[in-house]
Design a protein around this ligand. Structure first.
Ligand SMILES: [Zn+2]
Length: 251
């Protein structure tokens, strides 16, 4: 699939767009992210991609968005006060400038008082595991426990659940600092009531929305040309975009 999807370096072929849409339509957003990653990184397996820290995953998805649709990422949010729509535009290049491109995944340590905690960064497997939990605090706790490789107090090994809250908070803080793109916040101001808030950028949904629109447009083009000329879908999709547009202008 990776070869088929990465057939064109700059953009995606018409076939690849439809194939990607077909695969992604039935997927959970976490799996959809991995499907997009297979386009961005055809050299890595799905399991290797799922092991990427979340911020590293999102850096690749931002770069893919920039490659396919340009670096200006447009999105919108709903005002938490009055429910009005507010739009934002973000330059992927500015965000990628703070990306950590070092993929070394060796566990890291935090020492505080008698406590030593060794942890790794959350990846897609961790997100999939906590996606089933409805309670946000419970999910956060479970995520931390999964990512704590080892915890000791005074040299004796203890379970992650036995760590005091302030040590857990310290680990969470270090994790965020080590993987700055794991949570990308966008600053939004409501055009009606002036409220300000910072929603988290959902790059998977933004990519999917663009791809879905592209796929639907292509299907409509196939429909129009097939009806007008009796051509087969594969022949229409094999036309260059310029030729397809030229024929569409004649119908
Ligand atoms: Zn508002």
């Amino acid at each position: 699939m990776a070869d088929e999807l990465s057939s064109s370096l700059a953009g995606l072929s018409a076939n690849a767009i439809l194939r990607l849409w077909e695969i992604g339509a039935a997927q959970h957003p976490l799996d959809r992210a991995l499907t997009f990653l297979m386009v961005a990184e055809p050299g890595l397996t799905r399991a290797e991609l799922a092991r990427l820290p979340v911020g590293h995953r999102d850096a690749r998805l931002l770069a893919l968005y920039a490659r396919l649709y340009g670096p200006q990422i447009a999105g919108q949010g709903r005002c938490p006060t009055c429910d009005e729509r507010a739009e934002f535009e973000l330059d992927a290049r500015a965000v990628l400038a703070i990306a950590d491109n070092d993929d070394r995944l060796a566990p890291m340590s935090v020492t505080s008082g008698d406590y030593v905690v060794t942890y790794r960064l959350p990846d897609s497997f961790d997100l999939a595991e906590i996606a089933r939990l409805a309670d946000v605090d419970q999910a956060r706790q479970r995520l931390l426990e999964r990512c704590i490789v080892q915890a000791t107090c005074d040299g004796a090994e203890i379970a992650a659940e036995q760590l005091p809250a302030e040590i857990v908070a310290l680990v969470a803080e270090q994790m965020a600092a080590r993987d700055p793109l794991a949570v990308i916040e966008v600053e939004l101001t409501c055009p009606v009531c002036g409220s300000q808030w910072e929603p988290v950028l959902d790059i998977v949904t933004l990519l999917w929305t663009r791809l879905e629109a592209q796929a639907r447009r292509l299907l409509h083009e196939v429909h129009t040309l097939a009806r007008a000329y009796g051509w087969r879908e594969s022949d229409i999709l094999a036309l260059s975009p310029a030729r397809r547009q030229a024929y569409l202008a004649l119908t």
